[in-house]
Ligand binder design. Structure first.
Ligand code: ADP
Ligand code: DP6
Length: 334
């Protein structure tokens, strides 16, 4: 028996990790050629305190196959097994795993469940396999296996503002001044899963949208401007480039064949409701591959933004910068 096998058999074999969703301020839309789920553009995001995911991974020698239960129901296990296989390879772990997960975020609805889901899964499997503290900066192997699950997920490993670099596909934190207090107010504008998953939508845009090359070539300037705005604590500059990035991404989506239109009447109602506050520069909006509106404001304005959205939204959530993926059980390491 090799040393790695001895370690895996004697390790705790179980870990629970919680992770918040993250919302991109400068968006990722498109993959680099190849099979490793590397992005074609970088991104800048904000990890939130909630909603998110809590996941437990338990390696068990008695299991004939991996199992995955999401919100109390059996769910497709193949994407989970891919992440577990990566971890098993690194740790010399041979056991199958029982994975249970709870999303406080709606699943596959354009609210980034894949980001909190794969960040929580990857880090829980990492700890359950006895791979230890992933360190600061994060162990590159953890970032890569989480990214293979979902391109936006590495950002949920980190607290607050995070940036993915297009050249390295690595993720790093972007420090903001301590007084830079922002909130993201999320207006849920429809129910149910989105019609086209991000992965399929990205492939279709790259293949058919005449705006895709312009999206890719104009992206680095937005990322640089967004990062500079975070570092300077410049709310107006961050909001302006955030809106530019989201509208360019949706233009690229709309020009895809067949078109990707993720907005609903509820999306426009939310944008219109925020018109007066927007004109004053007190709120800026972003939308992902789904109908929901995420409104960036200063902490002091979160209540008025939420009140403004409530009459036109199905539900309104107030989120603040969060901690990133963290070990819940066992308590010792990160
Ligand atoms: P979203 O907008 O919610 O990110 P996606 O279609 O991009 O939607 O991703 C949804 C996919 O993410 C699900 O089909 C599932 O594979 C994965 N996912 C969601 N929640 C979890 C979870 N808690 N654990 C593992 N994978 C998850
Ligand atoms: C519009 O990370 O969900 O939310 O890598 O295929 O899993 P996969 O895609 P995913 O796409 C996120 C797209 C986005 C923008 C963003 O979060 O940057």
């Amino acid at each position: 028996m090799g040393s790695s096998e001895i370690r895996s058999q004697s390790g705790a074999g179980q870990a629970t990790v919680a992770a918040g969703i993250n919302i991109a301020l400068v968006k990722y839309w498109g993959k680099a050629p190849g099979t490793d789920n590397r992005p074609s553009v970088g991104s800048l995001s904000l990890t939130l305190d909630a909603p998110g995911t809590e996941t437990t991974v338990r390696f068990d020698a008695a299991l004939p196959a991996d199992t995955f239960v999401l919100d109390g129901l059996p769910a497709p296990v193949a994407p989970v097994t891919k992440v577990l296989d990566d971890v098993r390879r690194l740790a010399g772990e041979t056991r199958r795993a029982a994975v249970t997960s709870r999303n406080t975020v709606p699943t596959a609805a354009g609210l980034a469940s894949s980001a909190s889901g794969f960040a929580a899964l990857g880090l829980a499997a990492w700890h359950a396999a006895g791979l230890g503290d992933p360190g600061t900066p994060l162990d590159r192997r953890l970032v890569e296996l989480v990214r293979r699950g979902s391109g936006s997920a590495p950002r949920s490993l980190l607290p607050g503002f995070a940036r993915i670099d297009v050249e390295t596909a690595g993720v790093e934190g972007v420090p903001a001044p301590p007084e830079f207090d922002v909130s993201l107010v999320i207006a849920l504008c429809a129910v149910g899963p989105k019609a086209v998953k991000s992965r399929d939508g990205m492939a279709a845009s790259a293949e058919t949208s005449p705006y895709y090359p312009a999206w890719v070539s104009s992206h680095p300037a937005d990322l640089a401007a967004g990062e500079a705005a975070v570092r300077a604590g410049d709310f107006g500059a961050l909001g302006e480039v955030m809106e530019h990035s989201t509208l360019k991404m949706h233009a690229c989506m709309l020009a895809t064949r067949p078109p990707l239109r993720y907005w609903t009447p509820g999306t426009l109602a939310a944008l219109d409701a925020l018109g007066a506050l927007h004109a004053l520069g007190r709120v800026f909006t972003t939308m992902d591959a789904g109908p929901h509106v995420k409104a960036l404001c200063r902490r002091a304005d979160e209540a008025v933004v939420a009140e403004t959205l409530r009459p036109v939204a199905r539900e309104v959530l107030i989120a603040r910068p969060g901690d990133g993926a963290r070990l819940v059980e066992p308590k010792a390491a990160r």
